[in-house]
Design a protein around this ligand. Structure first.
Ligand SMILES: NC(=O)c1ccc[n+]([C@@H]2O[C@H](COP(=O)([O-])OP(=O)(O)OC[C@H]3O[C@@H](n4cnc5c(N)ncnc54)[C@H](OP(=O)(O)O)[C@@H]3O)[C@@H](O)[C@H]2O)c1
Length: 271
């Protein structure tokens, strides 16, 4: 067994699913009995544990922590007793800093912070990884061991995780939010919910393909749709008017980033 996942709630199950689909060796520690029995019946090959004493730590390389911030300190203090100096701790906990974790586990502990989004199961998660004080060879190995998440970007400053959380952690929700606005507009113009969803899904799939065909040049893609004096240009004039939309989006991402910074500061006080 190579990976152990502590906490298998909303994000934990997405992570588990990603490892499970790739047939990687993973076990789960989950204190919630309901979730534990769900995991056991849904993922037949997966071992689940109630507490850390049941684990054979010599079989484990990565200890992944995916619980709510309030539960972290207790878990880290419990784990400390097992003196797992050779293990790599991978924290998915938004806002929990490397220094906070080291305060519990000791300064020599190996900590990786990782910020994925919900697209792990389809290998499409835009994921930030922060690894402080690791040798290059080990960093490469870690990135390889989590490559099935999707696109992994190593960030060299921990504070970049705050922006990443705001931009890509929340990213799927922003796109869904915009699609929901379109959905309402389409329905208000006489189409059924079913038709609207099908049309929007096809639109998103088409966009994905075109982005790749145009070598990720967004402006070129826009220009291919918006011919001079045409209808699309008329709508785009509204979108770009006084940069209002751009300004709203910038402000939204900034607000989410600042929220992440605040959560992090508040959490640091507890460690
Ligand atoms: N949700 C997201 O999209 C997302 C994205 C990025 C990062 N994150 C981070 O991921 C972490 C988990 O978020 P979540 O939404 O998945 O939380 P969650 O649904 O509450 O899942 C955490 C699970 O861990 C269990 N747990 C608590 N203490 C435990 C312990 N000592 N041993 C074993 N299991 C324990 C909880 O059980 P109880 O319910 O009984 O306490 C719960 O089932 C958070 O720190 C969050 O910042 C989440």
């Amino acid at each position: 067994m190579t990976y152990v996942l502590i906490g298998c709630g909303n994000l934990g199950e997405i992570i588990l699913n990603g490892f499970y689909l790739k047939k990687k060796k993973i076990s789960v520690v989950e204190k919630n009995d309901k979730i534990k029995s769900k995991i056991s019946s849904k993922y037949k090959r997966i071992k689940t544990f109630n507490n850390f004493k049941e684990i054979n730590w010599s079989e484990i390389r990565y200890i992944m922590i995916c619980v709510k911030p309030k539960d972290c300190k207790k878990i880290l203090n419990e784990i400390k007793e097992f003196q797992l100096d050779k293990h790599i701790f991978v924290s998915f906990v938004a806002g929990l800093s490397t220094s906070g974790i080291k305060k519990c586990l000791g300064s020599k502990s190996k900590i990786v912070r990782i910020m994925p989004n919900i697209f792990i199961s389809s290998n499409n998660s835009a994921t930030a990884v922060y690894m402080m004080g690791f040798e290059k060879k080990l960093k490469t190995k870690i990135l390889k061991d989590f490559r099935h998440f999707g696109i992994l970007v190593e960030v060299n400053q921990e504070k970049k995780i705050d922006f990443f959380t705001a931009m890509f952690g929340g990213g799927p929700a922003y796109i869904f939010f915009i699609l929901e606005i379109f959905n309402e507009i389409i329905k208000n113009n006489g189409f059924s919910e079913k038709e609207s969803i099908l049309l929007l899904t096809s639109l998103v799939e088409g966009v994905e393909k075109r982005i790749k065909e145009n070598s990720f040049n967004f402006k070129l893609s826009i220009n291919q749709v918006a011919s001079k004096g045409g209808t699309t240009e008329e709508a785009l004039k509204f979108f770009s008017n006084k940069n209002l939309l751009s300004s709203i989006i910038n402000k939204a991402i900034k607000a989410a980033t600042l929220k992440s910074v605040k959560i992090s500061k508040d959490l640091d006080k507890l460690f």
